[in-house]
Design a protein around this ligand. Structure first.
Ligand SMILES: [Zn+2]
Length: 456
């Protein structure tokens, strides 16, 4: 490697959609971009327990594109295992990451406790991957930056954050190594996000590292507000309860915004709206602080949450669960793998007058996916329950740009980059995007394997 070259290694998010971690070694500096948790299938989750491919002590800096767990969820462990550097991100990302990491730690602790009490483990007490205390410890490493603020890491090594429109606080990383420019896409948002500003257009780069989770998808076109209204009116006609399993970050706020607009237009029937999700409420409080990140009028920003009742306490939640009057409930978790939505299902799933509305991606193996695929019975709280309520889906809501939106974004680059790396996708997703890029732009694309490094 000569003085003008550096090494880029893909320590996660290669051949999979989780665990995003990209290491840059330039001169004597090591910089990690994102530090995601492997999620999903067991063999992937096992990777979180393996020793980290480079000594965490030796990494100097960490840059986070956004707060989703597949991009920041490994961080508490990296710090616990010796990483001493700064974690650079935007202020909304810091606040959302804390909420998301604490939730993750709680789940890890509960899983470990359950494993211990069921004696799944032969070694006595199961240990969690990390704890709430580990999360508190890693938060001390965070340093936040404004968009377009140049952060000097070393002579000849600097970066700035640019808006990428995916979730509140999410950014592209524009990294400069000497006179070369490397763009890390993170998860790219929609061309027209509902709440946020569109992804920043960039006209040149030497190297692009782009995520490809949605590389084989084209989002459906629907009038989402009208589609939502239709489901609401249908449920109201039956005097039913509308249950919406909701992701806490971005999706909850988008739905609240749609409901607010419908209410302003006088179209909402008399159905109270509840956000019954401690994590959803905490995330919403972050959204309410950062008007400048959102492409909404000041008036809308300050009024859109007024018609929603936030349910914090378990007692209040229980009361709302048992109440059979028509209402709209947004509750976590988004794929019904846990959280308060299960209590609503427990009480309302078996009644055809109620509706369960899916508004987001349902991963394989989740309860959400099973119901969406027509399961007539579903197991939770240790028993099988009949699914008799109405099942509906809004399929156009997404925080990810689809294939055509990603290609459009790439078309802003005026000349061919030296290298384009596609990461963070299942092989079929990445390959679909590779083919499209080669066809539309004539650029050659590299698809790194896990732990593969390139001298560039
Ligand atoms: Zn994301």
């Amino acid at each position: 490697m000569n003085d003008d070259q550096f090494k880029i290694s893909f320590l996660g998010g290669a051949g999979t959609v989780t665990g995003s971690k990209t290491l840059i070694e330039a001169g004597s500096k090591k910089v990690l971009i994102d530090c995601g948790l492997f999620q999903g299938l067991k063999e992937l989750r096992h990777k979180n327990w393996e020793s980290f491919p480079v000594d965490p002590h030796s990494i100097d800096e960490l840059i986070l594109t956004h707060a989703h767990l597949d991009h920041c969820g490994y961080l508490p462990l990296l710090v616990k295992n010796g990483f001493k550097g700064s974690v650079h991100c935007s202020e909304p990302t810091r606040q959302l990451a804390e909420i998301i990491l604490l939730d993750s730690a709680k789940i890890q602790e509960e899983d470990a406790e359950r494993a211990t009490s069921h004696a799944y483990t032969k070694h006595g007490k199961a240990i969690p991957l990390y704890t709430v205390e580990d999360v508190h410890a890693c938060m001390h490493n965070f340093v936040t930056h404004e968009l377009h603020e140049w952060v000097i890491l070393d002579p000849g090594l600097k970066f700035q954050f640019l808006n990428n429109g995916h979730i509140l606080g999410s950014c592209f990383v524009d990294l400069r190594i000497k006179d070369r420019k490397i763009i890390f896409s993170g998860d790219i948002g929609r061309t027209k996000p509902m709440l946020l500003y569109p992804p920043q257009k960039i006209s040149e780069a030497n190297i692009i590292v782009m995520e490809s989770t949605y590389g084989d998808r084209i989002h459906e076109v629907e009038n989402v507000k009208e589609a939502l209204l239709k489901v609401i009116l249908e449920t109201y006609e039956h005097r039913g309860v509308l249950m919406i399993p909701t992701f806490a970050v971005e999706r909850a706020q988008e739905l609240i915004y749609l409901l607010y607009l419908l209410n302003e237009e006088g179209k909402l029937p008399h159905m109270p709206v509840f956000l019954d999700s401690p994590m959803g409420i905490n995330s919403t409080n972050v959204y309410r602080q950062f008007h400048e990140w959102q492409n909404l009028s000041h008036f809308n920003m300050s009024h859109m949450y007024e018609h929603v009742t936030f349910i914090h306490s378990v007692e209040k939640s229980r009361g709302t669960v048992f109440d059979k009057k028509p209402k709209i409930v947004l509750a976590g978790s988004g794929m019904m793998e846990g959280g308060r939505i299960l209590h609503y299902m427990n009480n309302h799933l078996d009644n055809p007058k109620n509706t369960l509305l899916f508004v987001g991606y349902q991963g394989e193996g989740t309860r959400g996916r099973a119901i969406l695929e027509g399961a007539k019975e579903i197991k939770f709280f240790g028993e099988y329950r009949k699914v008799r309520c109405q099942i509906r889906e809004l399929s156009s809501l997404s925080a990810h740009g689809d294939q055509s939106e990603m290609i459009e974004w790439l078309k802003n680059f005026k000349s061919k980059p030296e290298y384009v790396f596609l990461n963070h996708g299942e092989p079929h997703q990445t390959d679909a995007l590779r083919q499209k890029i080669e066809f539309e732009l004539g650029w050659e694309v590299k698809i790194p394997k896990l732990n593969e490094g390139f001298i560039v």
